[in-house]
Design a protein around this ligand. Structure first.
Ligand code: HEC
Ligand code: HEC
Ligand code: HEC
Ligand code: HEC
Length: 339
């Protein structure tokens, strides 16, 4: 009898160790789909508290007057923001500093002896970032709507946004005694520490590989629609769920994952989001590769890239949908500020 006590104690300890990976109750759940479809969102209220702090938006300054001389007339080297009034221009510089480099100040991008000089790489990057932000707000309304984005959406007071990604180096199979990991089978932070492929972002948010499980042909010759390739789709989906802090049923009716008819409208928004992230990475981030110093680049020398998490940071809408853009019309589109 007594010999059983250590066994029971060991079992209890094992049970506790296994459950340590689970989240502590109570959890909140909210109905999301039609009644009877089992489409509920499960929230951990304690995570929501951390989220609240992350999603508090700094107060907007009073709008600057659009009148007066243009910035391109007042300054020497203004290539993108030239049509703003000088007041709007300096107002935006102040905001950019608060959003991107609050500790370092104007000197993060400028030689403060000569603001016109383009000697710091950060200024070149920032100029491209202004164009990128306007492009997202003007041309990707099917994703960002009128809510829009500002530098703060991604940066939140950090020069390097908290959630960026690089393409990992290929496994050196000859040097590694554990054999071919096939790009997976190790805990992948991107796939919520599962054994799914460690890098589902390169094929889908940089390249344009099909995000499908069922293929149109029976044989998988060179085609990514196979059970094996399905894991890449699942890895991307796991990234999307964790980036938004939602379950799969936020975008799918699990009766049929493919069916668009049965899916909530959020899936369509997500569809455009995938294309938007791909576009931003190829048109704005990759062309900046040579501008960044080596310590900012990934193991293979690639540039930091944008994923769903770069903007969303665990919220179903970045900043819980706070329409920040309306206070900063300078970032709205290419024509903003024009008279
Ligand atoms: C994150 C980078 C960044 C920070 C921080 C920043 N700027 Fe700028 N600044 C730029 C960029 C980019 C341009 C060029 C814009 C263009 O080409 O349209 C610019 C241009 C200027 C110019 C025009 C200079 C000329 O003659 O061409 C002035 C003046 C200026 N900034 C002032 C400031 C001040 C003052 C601060 C601090 C409150 C500041 N900037 C902070 C990126 C930055
Ligand atoms: C969609 C997300 C996103 C938005 C919006 C965004 N950025 Fe960035 N930014 C990035 C990423 C990704 C990087 C690359 C990270 C790195 O520097 O290693 C970056 C890098 C930078 C850097 C270089 C920092 C460094 O130390 O290397 C500057 C400066 C910058 N952004 C300024 C801006 C400004 C100014 C705006 C608004 C006009 C802006 N960004 C809007 C995603 C964004
Ligand atoms: C934010 C919305 C969103 C979330 C959350 C989401 N998905 Fe998806 N899912 C999509 C979109 C959009 C597509 C289609 C992608 C495309 O075609 O570009 C898709 C496609 C799929 C497909 C491929 C269907 C086919 O046509 O073969 C599967 C399977 C799938 N998702 C499973 C999941 C699973 C499992 C989860 C939870 C881990 C999940 N999804 C979470 C939006 C979402
Ligand atoms: C450039 C920043 C940015 C990136 C990158 C981004 N989103 Fe969004 N997303 C937004 C904004 C802003 C909204 C809010 C739009 C609105 O208010 O309707 C949004 C809304 C959504 C919604 C609608 C939520 C709802 O409840 O209606 C979904 C779903 C979504 N995003 C999925 C994604 C997915 C999946 C990715 C990655 C493939 C992604 N987003 C990448 C900025 C971004």
């Amino acid at each position: 009898m007594t010999s059983r006590i250590p066994t029971i104690a060991a079992l209890l300890a094992l049970g506790c160790a296994l459950l340590a990976g689970c989240e502590r109750p109570p959890m909140d759940s909210v109905q999301h789909g039609f009644r009877g479809t089992g489409m509920v969102q499960v929230y951990n209220p304690r995570h929501l508290d951390t989220q609240d702090a992350l999603n508090t938006v700094p107060p907007a300054p009073p709008p600057a007057s659009p009148d007066g001389p243009r910035a391109k007339a007042s300054y020497q080297n203004v290539q993108v923001l030239g049509d703003l009034s000088a007041g709007q221009f300096i107002g935006l510089m102040t905001q950019i500093t608060a959003w991107v480099s609050p500790k370092e100040g104007c000197a993060y991008c400028h030689n403060v002896q000569n603001f016109a000089e383009d000697s710091k790489y950060t200024k070149i990057v920032a100029r491209k970032m202004i164009e990128m932000t306007r492009h997202i707000n003007g041309n990707w309304k099917n994703h960002v709507a009128e809510t829009g984005v500002t530098c703060y959406t991604c940066h939140r007071g950090n020069p390097v946004p908290t959630n960026v990604w690089f393409t990992p180096l290929e496994q050196d199979k000859r040097a590694d005694f554990i054999g071919d990991l096939a790009g997976q089978n190790t805990p992948a932070p991107l796939a919520n520490m599962s054994s799914l492929p460690t890098d589902a972002l390169t094929p889908f948010l940089l390249e344009d590989k099909p995000i499908r499980v069922n293929g149109p042909t029976p044989l998988p010759s060179g085609n990514r629609h196979s059970i094996k390739q399905a894991e890449w789709t699942y890895s991307l989906m796991t990234h999307m769920s964790t980036s938004l802090g939602v379950n799969c049923t936020y975008c799918h009716n699990t009766r049929s994952f493919q069916s668009w008819e049965g899916s909530p409208p959020q899936r369509v928004t997500a569809y455009h989001g995938i294309r938007m992230a791909r576009d931003v990475n190829n048109e704005y981030m990759v062309p900046l590769t040579e501008v960044f110093p080596v310590e900012r680049k990934g193991p293979g020398g690639d540039v930091a890239k944008v994923s769903c998490a770069t903007c969303h940071q665990g919220a179903y809408k970045p900043l819980y949908g706070f329409p920040m853009l309306k206070d900063y019309p300078e970032l709205a589109s290419v024509t903003a500020g024009k008279k």
